[in-house]
Design a protein around this ligand. Structure first.
Ligand code: AMP
Length: 234
């Protein structure tokens, strides 16, 4: 089973990808996470990607696609993949379709998490992420017990360099002008599931599971996630 999570930054797709990957035994693959790792390690790809990342621009398609498509052929024990943050435009979507076709596979469902822009902005501006596992906290709505420390793993929290007001506005512009076109792309192919992402984590997860079960004809519904209430990366 191969699933794409589509949504703006701050829509909660990282959190939901983490929960679904555990419930369905899918390999989670987040393009932003992979890029942050490459940049932190200073790999050749990371060095090229860094100026784009720092401006809040999309990293060139061929670089990101190369990185993601490689991980498709390396699933280990997983029963498929769950993509978070890729594709982000129609060029990337077409590259992905082509690769799945070459592998004799397909995308089963694309989940679009819909959240109003002002709510996305507030979530991102107040967002703090833990160093160790990307658990997400928020200074207004979801504070850790000890300021600056993750409740789940005790690691330090940091504010992402691209979560400044100017860069958030720029990244959301890119989403609402460019990435949003994928809603029609996958809608036309009968893959799209729309879910209201404004509610709390458990509520959104239940809505996703119910709609996925319908779409994929899963008798008995979807397996429950072991960590339904655990906030992971976004
Ligand atoms: P994210 O963690 O998904 O918000 O991504 C952080 C940044 O990584 C984005 O602002 C882009 O600079 C870059 N990035 C992540 N995924 C992609 C993608 N599919 N295509 C191009 N750039 C990407």
């Amino acid at each position: 089973m191969n699933i794409i999570l589509l949504g703006a930054q701050g829509s909660g797709k990282g959190t939901q990808a983490d929960m679904l990957s555990q419930a369905l035994r899918l390999k989670p693959c987040a393009s932003g996470e992979l890029l942050r790792e490459a940049i932190a390690k200073g790999t050749p790809l990371g060095q090229i990607a860094k100026p784009y990342y720092d401006r809040g621009d999309l990293v060139p398609d061929d670089l990101v696609a190369g990185m993601i498509l490689e991980s498709l052929s390396n699933l280990g024990d997983a029963k498929g993949i769950i993509l978070d943050g890729f594709p982000r435009n129609s060029v990337q979507a077409e590259l992905l379709d082509r690769r799945f076709a070459e592998m004799g596979q397909r995308i089963d469902a694309v989940i679009y998490l819909e959240v109003p822009r002002d709510m996305l902005f507030d979530r991102l501006a107040g967002r703090y992420v833990c160093q160790a596992h990307g658990h997400v906290w928020n200074i207004k709505t979801h504070q850790p017990r000890i300021p600056g420390i993750c409740d789940y793993d005790g690691s330090a929290l940091f504010h992402r360099s691209d979560d400044t007001p100017e860069k958030i506005a720029h990244r959301l512009d890119i989403f609402f002008h460019e990435t949003i076109q994928l809603v029609d792309y996958y809608g036309a192919r009968g893959k799209l599931i729309r879910v209201d992402g404004a509610g709390d984590i458990g509520e959104v997860n239940r809505a996703i599971r119910a709609q996925l079960a319908l779409k994929l004809n899963l008798s008995g519904g979807m397996p429950l996630s072991a960590q339904e209430e655990s906030p992971a990366g976004d």
